[in-house]
Design a protein around this ligand. Structure first.
Ligand SMILES: [Zn+2]
Length: 133
């Protein structure tokens, strides 16, 4: 039986779209160390990318594993409750991001995605960032 308490459920919800997540913190720290100028959550661009490097014309999406259904990742697990509500919603999300990325590429942006779970290993994430930049 899967019974989650009300408190737990609201916690689950609250962590879904939180800003300034662990990966975001690591990325910001890295960028400022390199003295790279960036902007956060740019509303004007498709999909509102989390990190935008104007000069380099690169954008980085920091994806929550659940919210963006990270394939093969433990954290993508569907909630046991309200599955009828979540499933289509998450599917729409994934589709929407694909379209956003396509559009950004069309406009000449290089697009990168960082997953929430990648922040578990800070060194590995930094290596990835080095490659991106
Ligand atoms: Zn993941």
């Amino acid at each position: 039986m899967d019974k989650i308490t009300k408190n737990q459920r609201s916690w689950n919800m609250s962590r879904i779209k939180s800003k300034n997540t662990q990966p975001e913190k690591i990325v910001k720290k890295f960028l400022s160390k390199q003295e790279i100028k960036y902007r956060l959550h740019v509303k004007k661009l498709p999909g509102k990318p989390d990190i935008v490097l104007n000069k380099e014309r690169k954008v980085i999406f920091i994806n929550g594993c659940f919210w963006h259904q990270h394939k093969g990742c433990k954290r993508q697990a569907m909630p046991k409750t309200n599955i009828k509500y979540w499933k289509p919603k998450l599917k729409r999300n994934a589709k929407k991001q694909k379209q956003d990325i396509k559009q950004l590429k069309k406009e000449g942006w290089k697009v990168y995605v960082i997953w929430e779970c990648e922040a578990k290993n800070e060194n590995r994430l930094i290596k990835k960032l080095r490659k991106i930049l």
